[in-house]
Design a protein around this ligand. Structure first.
Ligand SMILES: Cc1cc2nc3c(=O)[nH]c(=O)nc-3n(C[C@H](O)[C@H](O)[C@H](O)COP(=O)(O)OP(=O)(O)OC[C@H]3O[C@@H](n4cnc5c(N)ncnc54)[C@H](O)[C@@H]3O)c2cc1C
Length: 310
């Protein structure tokens, strides 16, 4: 491919591969090929790479750790730029922390605790990058990425970089405007609530233990976290309700399609057994949603992103 060799010539330090199966690049370990995979780019190199892709008319997509993605077995037609912990940069001044979008959320949590820059301990153990976390407003224990974000450096699809403030990103539960625009978070700045190192360490330990007890270890049981979003309250006095509760009540925890099954401790997490396909996961998720619709009349909304044809 002419485009691949053009990128290699201009950026010899990058890893540029063609027709790459994406299963190695998602925590679900599923997915067919993409035409071009670009890895190892710094935030500073990405604008020029995007300009080259645009010039060649090649559609593209940025991914982080692939912890929220299920890619079709047939693959996808976009080139994939993997922006994930190659050269993460974290800087801090008081409680203001600036971090590159490819930094792992857990690394950021550790940095903020050990440098006592402020409390982001709820990010402990959440797989994925800061960029992916901001795009989907990742969170846990009632807190989410948008809460303490001041601004981001965004790379537009036209290759131009601009600074965007928190209120322009339209954060909502597991949502930001970036989910629709596809713009890339190069860097993010947070203003964090002050907390003592010892207190944050204890909180991190508690969270890591909770995750160990309740969630699968994706290195051993491939998955992408919760399949469906929790259910939004219908009045100001209600709280968000766990989708897992309704799934369990609808009997979905016993469902299986091919190699896809529900994690035994969490009816909202699908895990992949050997031989599982992305199509198995899609069909199991359809079956889960149908069971909750039939029993409770509730339409579940997917939190994970399915890419390509299903
Ligand atoms: C075991 C397990 C537990 C989990 N627990 C939680 C949890 O507690 N809370 C929670 O919220 N999520 C959880 N998740 C889901 C996942 O960790 C988050 O969705 C995470 O934010 C995904 O980040 P990522 O970098 O892997 O994004 P990817 O999966 O690679 O991409 C997801 C989306 O973000 C976009 N994106 C990626 N990088 C960027 C960037 N730099 N700029 C703009 N857009 C970008 C992609 O285009 C895609 O649309 C869990 C997942 C697993 C496997």
């Amino acid at each position: 491919m002419k485009l691949a060799s053009e990128i290699r010539t201009l950026f010899p330090q990058l890893r540029v591969s063609e027709n790459v199966p994406l299963r190695e690049y998602t925590t679900f370990r599923l997915g067919g090929p993409c035409p071009l995979l670009i890895e190892g780019a710094t935030a500073g190199q990405l604008p020029d790479i995007i300009k080259l892709l645009n010039k060649a008319g090649q559609p593209f997509l940025v991914i982080g750790q692939g912890a929220n993605l299920i890619i079709s077995d047939k693959g996808i037609r976009q080139a994939v730029i993997r922006f994930c912990f190659d050269k993460p940069v974290i800087k801090s001044k008081g409680s203001r922390v600036t971090v590159s979008g490819d930094t792992l959320l857990d690394d950021l949590a550790v940095f903020t605790i050990e440098n006592e820059t402020g409390d982001l301990s709820y990010c402990s153990g959440i797989p994925g990058t800061v960029g992916g976390g901001i795009a989907g407003n990742a969170g846990a224990f009632g807190r989410q990425m948008g809460d303490h974000l001041v601004s981001v450096e965004l790379l537009g699809l036209d290759g131009k970089v601009r600074t965007v403030l928190h209120n322009e990103l339209e954060f909502a539960y597991r949502h930001s405007k970036l989910k629709g625009t596809g713009e890339i978070v190069l860097e993010a700045t947070f203003e964090l609530p002050v907390a003592k190192k010892e207190v944050m360490r204890i909180e991190r330990d508690r969270i890591m233990q909770f995750r160990k007890d309740h969630h699968p270890d994706w290195h051993k049981e491939p998955c992408a976290g919760s399949i469906f979003r929790n259910i939004e309250p219908t009045s100001a006095v209600e709280r968000r309700k766990a989708a897992g509760f309704f799934l369990q009540e609808a009997g979905a925890h016993l469902f299986r399609v091919g190699g896809a099954r529900l994690y035994e401790k969490h009816a909202n997490i699908i895990v992949a057994d050997p031989g599982c396909t992305a199509q198995d996961v899609w069909e199991l998720s359809e079956k889960m949603a149908a069971a909750v619709k039939e029993k409770f009349g509730i339409e579940l909304i997917r939190e994970v992103r399915f890419l390509g044809e299903f």
